[in-house]
Design a protein. Structure first.
Length: 144
């Protein structure tokens, strides 16, 4: 018996199982829309838009993402729940904050502090909900 056959048959003879192999690759994650640059009006559902951006240019350390939501008529609207998740796409999960809720300021501005721990490419994922229902999810890619 050659070594290859022995390597397969010996574990079976000893009652051990071989690792299972999946024939189909895992489905890729859903592709999220990339947002226009910060400071632009981004449509949010049919009757609203939002404007986002860091309060200061993003750099290593702590940064604060800011979101303002308005009706089409330009009235501020604070009826949304907004979450954010920052991560490095090249090291997916290694530096992820996980989805965290934005805090709403007294002036009706949504704010979320995030930690940017190293230089490179980053992704900020925005998740908007209203009345417990998802409305919009999109990403902003940026470099430090």
């Amino acid at each position: 018996m050659n070594r290859c056959a022995a390597a397969i048959l010996l574990p079976i003879a000893l009652g051990l199982t071989l690792p299972a192999f999946s024939a189909a690759p895992a489905a890729p994650a859903a592709v999220l829309p990339q947002l226009d640059k910060p400071g632009q009006k981004i449509p949010l559902g049919g009757d609203h838009y939002f404007i986002y951006g860091f309060t200061a240019p993003a750099k290593m350390g702590s940064a604060i993402m800011r979101v303002e939501i308005f009706t089409r008529a330009g009235q501020r609207d604070t009826s949304f729940a907004v979450k954010g998740d920052v991560d490095m796409p090249a090291m997916r999960g290694a530096h992820s904050s996980g989805p965290r809720p934005f805090a709403l300021s007294a002036k009706g501005v949504y704010l979320l502090p995030v930690s940017l721990v190293m230089p490179g490419g980053w992704e900020f994922k925005f998740i908007f909900e209203r009345n417990g229902q998802p409305v919009f999810t999109g990403i902003h890619l940026f470099e430090i």
